[in-house]
Design a binder for this molecule. Structure first.
Ligand SMILES: *Cc1c(COP(=O)(O)O)cnc(C)c1O
Length: 368
């Protein structure tokens, strides 16, 4: 059997230097400093053990507590919304628009007005740059400003993406990244919270390290968490961040190969930037299959690839259709649902070889 081609593996291996030791906290500061340098001087980064914990802390720092409403893009990975429930708050899901597959500004504003009319202004908005594609950020920032609602930017999939040359992960009141193994930069598991002030950063570190009061003994007056990034992860993450540009180039090269492979194939369209001022890191290359024109479904193609030991993945199932979120409000139509029905993510690892791509190409061409 030929080797399995994975959807998106970081596939890095590291030799840890001997001087890494359990008290070497400078390593974490160094990782934070590197990410701050990349994002720009006004940003303050907190290294955490996952992107999920970063979203959780962003919600806490936004003041989200029991019963509050949080507007959230429906078309995303479950980790975007789970922390809303950790806070016993209520997610209100918003549909996507077709240009970027991300949160639709029109439905977002509709939801805000309706929630206010129902007597409660939402506390925060969580937006996502899905598969690395920047959302319609200008419109969304304007809406958040207009209604004075805190904006949390889930840039877990979008490290290296830009909107009008501004980096994704620098637009929100809080932004988050993930350094999980399948993300564009991996720290063998990890995340980061991006804050706009040093005070917020300090509070986030306090909460991420069990909220120990300034006292001679262990005194705790607030609920804390064990969310800090490990020293080993920070060491790997700092090393790996140096290769971000190379990884983005590799992802874009994958995307271009798929563009030539699928050029002229009836009913199949590759997901790409709608506007020249948006630049996706193309974390995952995705396609939509229009059954009427192609005569095959995403699931059929996925099975073909699977038989050839090539991993592909259906798009995220919108969260408002997930059993765990079935009791929460949704504003929109069937935009995200239709994308989910038609879409497929293709293998997009940064170390995809020529030989790997030939196998993918043959598998797809045989199928067609
Ligand atoms: C991966 C991911 C997360 C969560 O990151 P973890 O580090 O796995 O906790 C959150 N949101 C999105 C959109 C993601 O893809």
């Amino acid at each position: 059997m030929s080797k399995r081609i994975a959807l998106s593996d970081s596939n890095i291996s590291v030799n840890l230097p001997r001087e890494i030791n359990t008290t070497n906290y400078d390593v974490i500061t160094n990782f934070e400093g590197k990410l701050e340098k990349y994002l720009g001087e006004k940003k303050h980064v907190v290294a955490l053990n996952s992107g999920t914990s970063a979203i959780h802390l962003a919600l806490i720092l936004s003041g989200v507590t029991e019963g509050d409403e949080v507007l959230c893009q429906s078309f995303t990975y479950v980790a975007t919304a789970n922390p809303i429930l950790y806070q016993k708050a209520k997610p209100i899901f918003i549909d996507s628009e077709l240009d970027t597959w991300n949160i639709c500004p029109m439905y977002l504003e509709q939801a805000i007005l309706d929630r206010i009319a129902k007597g409660k202004k939402p506390k925060a908005i969580i937006i996502v740059h899905l598969y690395g594609m920047p959302c319609k950020i200008e419109e969304i920032v304007a809406i958040a400003k207009k209604y004075q609602i805190i904006l949390i930017e889930d840039a877990a999939e979008a490290l290296g993406s830009t909107y009008k040359e501004q980096k994704c992960g620098t637009f929100g009141d809080f932004s988050i990244f993930s350094f999980n193994n399948n993300k564009i930069v991996s720290s063998f598991g990890g995340g980061a919270l991006v804050c706009n002030s040093i005070e917020e950063k300090e509070e986030a570190i306090f909460l991420a390290t069990q909220a120990k009061d300034k006292s001679e003994y262990y005194s705790h007056s607030r609920l804390g968490f064990n969310y800090r990034m490990s020293i080993v992860s920070a060491f790997i993450g700092a090393e790996e961040l140096s290769y971000l540009n190379d990884y983005v180039s590799a992802k874009i090269a994958n995307h271009q190969k798929y563009a030539s492979l699928l050029d002229g194939v009836k009913g199949v369209s590759l997901f790409k930037e709608d506007d020249g001022f948006m630049k996706s890191n193309h974390w995952l290359s995705c396609i939509l299959i229009d059954f009427k024109a192609s005569k095959f479904t995403n699931k059929k193609l996925r099975n073909q690839l699977k038989n050839d030991n090539i991993e592909s993945r259906l798009l995220w199932k919108p969260l408002h259709l997930q059993p765990i979120f079935k009791n929460y409000a949704f504003y929109g139509d069937n935009v995200a649902y239709n994308l989910f029905k038609k879409g497929l993510c293709l293998p997009s690892s940064t170390n995809l070889t020529k030989n790997d791509f030939n196998r993918i190409s043959n598998s797809i061409q045989n199928f067609l």
